[in-house]
Design a protein around this ligand. Structure first.
Ligand code: 2HG
Ligand code: ZN
Length: 461
């Protein structure tokens, strides 16, 4: 029998596109975590801001939870609908609404894919510089909801830096038109920044005005082989002193092994314990500086080999070694950590964490990689075949408590760029004080008094 609430939703939002097929419920009810069994009430695909408002008002009247949904490439369970929520997919709201050459802004609907935004910026002779491997599938709304980072944060910052304005449909169903593209605006609380990284718990981002910038200069990509973890930050320092780096990413030999098994070509004849991919503007002077930094690192025993891209195709090949890690690990349903500390704390934190995880995970494969230049590590623990998912997650959860304590001691964060969602909810207090969490709850109660917006994500009611 059809759920009577859906009939009332149809009446409240005439003409609303709704999906209820089991395959759609499964598809739209999960994100890349693959840990929870999807069980949404239905999938709503609004086409206008007014329809989103009507859905939110209906949800308040019927006390139905709403899960805002973009590309669902998230890794923290922020877009999971496992408790009879209505998924509000922005798939149909995926257009470019306008470009302003003087303001250098692009206004888009929130369901647009990151790659489409990058292409639209390029077509105007500019760039939208936030970038990461899921660019083709993730949406700008999701990027905003998690303040997504990625591979160019070192040079360009996180998503937050590029949001000149956004429209938020609050948990009341009101539309807030926040900051309206202004460069300067000291008129009180900047609610735009509250919406960024709120993981859909305050409302649904329906539109955004994005700042664009000059196109990136042609670049060179360099892959370095390193003998030790301790060398990482020293190599970073040596390169950063001489070059304006656009990226500085690292991965271990184990990570590379998975990417090679997935079809990539080995970069060196020999294997090395650690690798770094770095990118900087091409040009004679820059290449000279890169070579000097490389030689200096070789002399100090910090680097054991290296290759610099000779063509765009080779640059893409080198990037693939780093960008394909997540996909190549997906079949092991990894338990993911996405942690950060200030880069000054990184050497001590790395040493401690390495020792901790070696002790705590003697029998699990642990894969390290990440945005080391931003102080952001991704530590993926692979589920052994045959071990039940619940048992695996419980064991990883116990270790995450220790990791969270270590992060707290170093002033770090349990989520650098993926969000808290469901996965990291138990550890929020390692990164945020009680007073901060109380303030966040207070803000939520103002913008979403009935708790319909993404219930159970970030913190419990
Ligand atoms: C990346 O940096 C993404 O590649 C995914 O943030 C990280 O899979 C992960 O743990
Ligand atoms: Zn990342």
């Amino acid at each position: 029998m059809p759920d009577p609430r859906l009939e009332s939703l149809r009446q409240a939002v005439p003409g609303l596109s709704l999906k209820t097929d089991p395959a759609d419920l499964e598809h739209y009810g999960r994100d890349w975590t693959r840990r929870w069994t999807p069980a949404p009430l239905a999938i709503a695909l609004p086409g206008t801001v007014a329809e989103v408002q009507q859905i939110v008002r209906w949800a308040n009247a019927h006390r139905v939870g709403l899960v805002p949904s973009g590309g669902r490439t998230g890794l923290s369970g922020g877009a999971v609908a496992a408790n009879g929520e209505l998924v509000v997919s922005l798939d149909r709201m995926n257009k470019v609404l306008g470009f302003d050459a003087i303001d250098r802004t692009l206004t888009v609907q929130a369901g647009i894919a990151l790659q489409t935004v990058q292409d639209a910026a390029r077509a105007q002779g500019l760039q939208y510089p936030v970038d990461f491997a899921s660019r083709g599938s993730c949406s700008i709304g999701g990027n905003i909801a998690t303040n997504a980072g990625g591979i160019r944060v070192l040079r360009y910052g996180n998503t937050r830096e590029w949001i000149a304005g956004l429209k938020l449909v609050t948990g009341h169903g009101d539309v807030l038109d926040l900051n309206r593209g202004l460069v300067k605006n000291s008129s009180g609380y900047d609610l735009r920044h509250l919406a960024i990284a709120s993981e859909g718990t305050l409302g649904i981002v329906v539109e955004a005005t994005l700042r664009l910038t000059d196109p990136a200069p042609p670049s060179n990509v360099m892959l370095l082989a390193l003998p030790s973890f301790e060398a990482l930050m020293q190599v970073f320092d040596a390169f950063r002193l001489r070059l304006q780096l656009q990226a500085f990413e690292f991965f271990t030999d184990r990570a590379l092994g998975h990417v090679l098994a997935h079809g990539a070509q080995p970069p060196f004849a020999e294997t090395h314990p650690f690798y770094v991919v770095t990118e900087f503007a091409s040009g004679e002077a820059e290449e000279g500086e890169a070579l000097a930094a490389f030689e200096q690192c070789m002399e100090r025993g910090l680097v054991s080999d290296g290759v610099i891209s000779q063509s765009g195709a080779q640059a893409a090949q080198l990037w693939r070694l780093r960008e394909d890690i997540t996909e190549s690990l997906a079949r092991y349903t990894p338990y993911k950590n996405d942690v950060s500390v200030r880069i000054s704390a990184m050497p001590a934190f790395l040493a401690e964490t390495q020792a901790l995880l070696a002790d705590e995970y003697p029998d699990f494969q642990v894969v390290w990689f990440g945005h080391i230049g931003d102080g952001n590590l991704h530590i993926n623990v692979l589920k052994p075949e045959g071990l039940e998912q619940d048992e695996f997650v419980a064991r990883c959860g116990r270790v995450t408590e220790l990791l969270a304590a270590c992060l707290q001691a170093h002033g770090g964060s349990i989520s650098a760029e993926h969000g808290i969602g469901l996965v990291k909810k138990p550890y929020l207090s390692s990164t945020r004080s009680e007073a901060e969490i109380a303030a966040m709850r207070g803000i939520k109660s103002v913008l979403d008094p009935n708790g319909v917006m993404n219930p159970g994500k970030l913190f419990d009611p």
